[in-house]
Write a protein that binds this ligand. Structure first.
Ligand SMILES: [Zn+2]
Length: 170
């Protein structure tokens, strides 16, 4: 997997932008990633003002491997997420936080792969259905819903909450 690095030093005061494209192969390095497929554009902005360094990461894209809770068909889930960080120097290895990224005084590049991974996976919704506004071009698969309902009627009595939800849709 190529690392996605941004320049954080040796830059003039002002704004510095970079962009990266993330595709399926990015997630192969993360076995426990819930997101396995999709297409994303990562835009980074480093703002330098004297000793102050700020980093903004914006990710827009579509997750394509999630399945609908209702009809079990694939969804295309659009995400848009932005985080802001302050970059601070530290001579010792210091764990970065949600708001602060620590780098060594002589560090010129910052590998943002882990941040990209986390931001995309944090955008995974708890409930995924075709009826939410975040997803693109889709409605639940009617045939599949019908099949599931027929199956539910046959096996009856099992009170899976999903069947109840289906019945409410009628
Ligand atoms: Zn669906």
């Amino acid at each position: 997997m190529p690392t996605n690095c941004i320049r954080i030093a040796g830059l003039n005061d002002g704004e510095h932008r970079q962009a990266f494209e993330i595709k399926d192969k990015f997630f192969k390095a993360y076995e426990d990633s819930e997101v396995k497929a999709g297409k994303f554009i990562v835009n980074t902005l480093v703002v330098l003002r004297g000793l102050d360094r700020k980093l903004t990461i914006n990710i827009e894209g579509i997750i394509t491997n999630l399945l609908c809770d209702y009809c079990t068909k694939r969804l295309e889930w659009a995400i848009s997420t932005t985080l802001n960080f302050v970059i601070k120097e530290s001579k010792n290895e210091t764990k970065s936080t949600d708001e602060m990224i620590y780098v060594f005084p002589n560090q010129h590049q910052l590998d943002i792969n882990q941040l990209i991974f986390e931001m995309i996976n944090l955008s995974v919704p708890n409930k995924r259905t075709h009826n939410k506004s975040e997803q693109k071009n889709g409605k639940c698969d009617k045939k599949m819903l019908q099949l599931m309902q027929e199956y539910a009627i046959k096996t009856n009595n099992e009170t899976d909450p999903r069947w109840e939800a289906l019945n409410k849709l009628k």
